[in-house]
Design a binder for this molecule. Structure first.
Ligand code: NOJ
Length: 720
């Protein structure tokens, strides 16, 4: 079907039918649906009539081939033009085979792996009838109090942009029409949702346009450059105007400046939320503002269906605005091949074959192993397989390792930690005791754990946050482990035995009480379905940790927001000595506990001979930075070589360092490889006072090293 035919349909549609395309409702509102769909927001008092659900254009949260086909069939039986429903859902990091949460994937610094994970998620979702996933979430995150940091790949605009592209490639492939194992992607949350004040969910975002363009917008742009089909608005305000009613953001920037012509959907209820935000007095005004700003589909509230007809009739809204939105939606349906085959990939037989297949589980295990970050290791790991192990803690046998955005994942299918360990050793050598629950516990449980630990040669603590403690609506002001778990560590520590902690959590935590007590700490995040198996691979040395933090771990919550690419200030702290009038805290260091890019391995790497090919460059003549890396330990390992650059004096203050490139290299013991990076003028550009994206001639420092702090510095000049 060509655009002209779609336009012909639009011309024949009644105004109500057209407005219907602009609403999205959750599964339970549809005929043919079970009531099990994904419910991720408030749902009261919606007043959905049969006519509204019959005209509705898309469904939120339906999945399962049978159910989706039932819904589509019932819908088409009553649709005059045979316009199929779009089935959308949150397939964030896996469908039923759950991959590590995006923050963990970010720590893999492995783009192929990220692409593969999205491809597998798409395949499982597509056979289950899903057409569009609400992913990737690419918001820059600098405040670990915010529960949704686990949903982003981290704090860095460059790294997040690369991951945004990788995920979009994986979800969408190269031909959505013919490749029915793929789904359309919807990048979110436009814009700057990752910067709520105080880290409190849904809170105000206030930032300059330059900061928005410099740090927060690049990952969304990268997703769109990769061909991402849809964009979701954010819940927050941006410069005083809620994103969902923000014309400057959507019409001026997204559509006019960036040329985005795909479908824009509001987040759940965000159109109606223009009322409590305080830019609309009622649902009619909310509808006007959202549509005029550029929202095509209203998710889960009814401002459009309740008001647009009247607004067109009284001349407030031009009908062409509605027609344009409908056309964009129909074009997406057409691109997905739904007019020809409304059931698309949905297939009960293939569902059995693909979902949780051995191949998918294998990929999830590899991803989990590569996403874990070894934060400390004082000669405890890898473990010797012949010693007695006590596995202690609320995550010892817990399936809550999938993360808060895995609505189709099942705890039963998840490989728990004890199961993973039993794959590696004689089960008789393992004793398991919970010690406490995640937030509460009894003296008896604690005593049992101490008894178990006292019999063992080595103790593994399995600790963390429940998945409900992060994710949407999961902000925390205190980002330590719950007290009861800190108490458990302290009690077990008294036994003076070697002790390794494995952490399951959705945010960088304040690790006091953990990192100072345990001899080794492995950050496992929410590793997904194969979590226990992958962790056991790492604990016993069948895999070597290679993850590097893509988000800073603060020294304490008092430092947040904290991020490596900050400004220097006019009074930087340059020595350990106390000087009053410099930027510092009196009671804690300025430095984070663990910096961006940090992660240990079971081997060690040395960096030598860092050099530049020349000490000046210009836009025609880039320079090359090279460095030799040697594996100086006894086992093979993967290093992430990181290149940062600082513009020493710009028209605008520039960050102390910005990640510009990285390379993952595998090295056998004693092997040396050279990593080289080309530095181009383009990499030195930034947004100037007039928002032009250009570079300044002058001095720059290139830093190369194993993380954002441990680097060698080389100076060069950019000349005109
Ligand atoms: C609200 C969340 O903010 C968004 O990320 C999600 O896609 C929608 N709900 C739909 O579940």
């Amino acid at each position: 079907m060509v655009e002209q035919q779609l336009n012909e349909i639009i011309q024949k549609m009644t105004l109500n039918e057209k407005i219907g395309q602009l609403i999205q409702l959750a599964t339970p509102f549809f005929k043919g649906a079970s009531d099990k769909g994904e419910i991720t927001g408030p749902m009261t008092g919606m007043g959905i009539t049969d006519e509204i659900s019959q005209n509705c254009g898309s469904v939120l949260g339906a999945s399962g081939a049978r159910e989706v086909m039932n819904i589509q069939k019932a819908h088409l039986e009553k649709n005059r033009f045979g316009i199929p429903l779009l089935m959308m859902a949150d397939i964030v990091h896996g469908f039923k085979t759950i991959f590590p949460v995006p923050l963990a994937m970010g720590c893999s610094w492995d783009l192929d792996l990220a692409e593969k994970s999205a491809e597998i998620a798409a395949k499982e979702a597509a056979v289950s009838g899903v057409h569009v996933t609400f992913a990737p979430m690419v918001d820059i995150v600098r405040d670990p109090r915010w529960g949704r940091v686990m949903e982003s790949t981290g704090e860095d605009p460059y790294l997040n942009s690369l991951f945004a592209r990788a995920f979009v490639r994986g979800f969408q492939g190269t031909n959505l029409t013919d490749d029915q194992n793929r789904v359309a992607a919807c990048v979110k949350h436009f814009a700057a949702y990752g910067a709520p004040e105080g880290g409190r969910e849904y809170n105000t975002v206030n930032m300059s346009e330059r900061q928005l363009r410099e740090s927060y917008l690049p990952p969304y742009k990268a997703a769109l450059d990769e061909g991402c089909e849809m964009v979701m608005t954010a819940f927050n305000t941006v410069d005083g105007i809620p994103a969902t009613g923000n014309k400057k953001l959507m019409r001026d920037l997204l559509r006019d400046e960036w040329g985005f012509d795909g479908v824009m959907i509001s987040d759940w209820g965000a159109v109606k939320e223009l009322i409590p935000h305080g830019i609309a007095e009622d649902s009619s005004e909310a509808a006007v503002k959202a549509l005029q700003a550029g929202v095509d589909i209203e998710m889960m509230t009814t401002c459009y269906v309740d008001n647009l007809k009247q607004l067109v009739e009284n001349g407030t809204i031009e009908e062409t605005l509605i027609d344009e939105a409908v056309l964009r939606i129909l074009k997406l349906k057409q691109k997905l091949g739904l007019f020809e085959n409304p059931y698309r990939g949905a297939d009960e037989k293939r569902e059995q074959e693909y979902i949780l297949s051995e191949e998918h589980r294998k990929a999830a295990r590899e991803a989990a192993a590569k996403s874990c970050v070894l934060l400390k290791n004082q000669s405890v790991l890898p473990l010797n397989r012949h010693q007695k192990i006590a596995l202690i803690g609320p995550f010892a046998q817990n399936g809550d390792i999938l993360g808060p955005w895995s609505w189709q994942g099942s705890y039963e299918e998840a490989v728990k930690m004890d199961e993973g360990i039993k794959m590696k050793i004689d089960p008789a050598l393992l004793t398991v005791a919970k010690g406490c629950d995640i937030e509460t516990g009894t003296e008896n449980e604690m005593n049992m754990a101490i008894n178990a630990a006292s019999e063992a040669d080595v103790i593994i603590l399995a600790l963390g946050e429940s998945s409900a403690m992060s994710g949407e609506g999961g902000s925390r002001a205190n980002i330590c482990l719950p007290d009861i778990q800190l108490q458990l560590i302290a009690e077990v520590k008294k036994l003076k035995k070697p002790m390794a902690a494995v952490l399951f959590n959705g945010r960088p935590l304040d690790l006091h009480g953990v990192i100072d007590q345990a001899d080794a700490v492995l950050e496992a995040w929410y590793p997904g379905t194969e979590g226990g198996a992958a962790i056991a691979d790492l604990l016993f040395g069948d895999a070597n940790p290679s993850g590097r933090l893509s988000m800073t771990f603060p020294y304490s919550v008092g430092q947040v927001p904290i991020y490596y690419n900050h400004f220097n200030t006019g009074r930087p702290k340059t020595s350990e000595e106390y000087v009053r009038y410099v930027t510092h805290y009196l009671d804690i260091p300025n430095e984070p506990l663990l910096p961006f890019g940090f992660g240990l391995s079971y081997t060690t790497f040395s960096y030598t001979d860092a050099m530049l090919s020349a000490d000046t460059m210009n836009s025609e003549q880039p320079i090359t930075l090279s460095v030799s890396i040697t594996n100086t330990g006894n086992v093979a390992g993967e290093e992430v070589v990181q290149l940062y650059i600082r513009d020493v004096a710009g028209e605008i203050v520039r960050p102390v360092k910005e990640l510009k490139a990285f390379k993952k290299i595998m090295l056998q013991p004693n092997e040396t490889k050279e990593a080289s990076f080309t530095i181009t003028e383009e990499q030195l550009r930034y947004h100037h006072e007039n928002l032009q994206f250009t570079s300044d001639a002058g001095t720059f420092i290139a830093f190369v090293g194993r993380n954002s702090q441990d680097v060698s510095a080389l100076t060069f000049k950019l000349v005109n």
